[in-house]
Design a protein around this ligand. Structure first.
Ligand code: AMP
Length: 185
């Protein structure tokens, strides 16, 4: 099973992916986590990405595609994966299609979590106090939501046009939302 999980920052993609990976016996691939690990490790790529991430902007398509391609080359993806945070714009969606066709793979479902903006700002304020992510301050969160609306929302339509999309109400308990995702597949 290969899934794309879509939704604005704070919509619960990471939380839901962590549950789904165990239920489906697949791996969770978060490009945000891969980037944060590169920043923490002080790699060249991490150094380039850090300022962009702190500003709530998208890291360059080439850098993120390279990270993703390396990750998809690892043996643990054989049973499938959940992509969380990728693709983030239409160019990435097309690059993913090209990469998957080279790998002779395809996406089974694209699941979009729907949560309204005020709820998201409140959730991310909570996450900022719990996890101390440098991009969870209110002004950066508002900017990330703007980037989502401008660049990532079209990706939802892209998967809808392919007939792969399900929209899922992302408000409720973690278990309820998880069940909605399972039911949609
Ligand atoms: P996330 O953990 O998915 O919210 O990602 C945190 C930050 O990492 C984003 O605000 C971007 O700066 C960067 N990032 C994560 N995934 C991507 C991607 N697919 N393309 C570009 N930048 C990304």
């Amino acid at each position: 099973m290969r899934l794309v999980l879509l939704g604005p920052p704070g919509s619960g993609k990471g939380t839901q992916a962590a549950l789904l990976k165990d239920r489906l016996n697949v791996v969770h691939i978060s490009t945000g986590d891969l980037l944060r690990a590169a920043v923490a490790a002080g790699t060249e790529l991490g150094k380039i990405a850090k300022a962009t991430m702190d500003a709530g902007e998208l890291v360059s398509d080439d850098l993120v595609l390279q990270l993703l391609e390396d990750r998809l080359g690892q043996p643990d993806v054989a049973n499938g994966y959940i992509l969380d945070g990728y693709p983030r714009n239409l160019a990435q969606a097309k690059a993913l299609d090209a990469l998957l066709s080279r790998l002779e793979q395809n996406i089974d479902h694209a699941l979009a979590l729907i949560v309204d903006e005020e709820q998201i700002v409140a959730r991310l304020a909570q996450r900022a106090s719990e996890q101390g992510r440098t991009d969870d301050s209110e002004s950066v969160v508002r900017h990330r939501l703007h980037v989502y609306a401008e660049q990532t929302a079209p990706v939802v339509d892209y998967y809808e046009a392919k007939g792969l999309l399900a929209r899922i109400d992302g408000v409720g308990s973690i278990e309820e939302i998880n069940q909605r995702l399972m039911d949609a597949m």
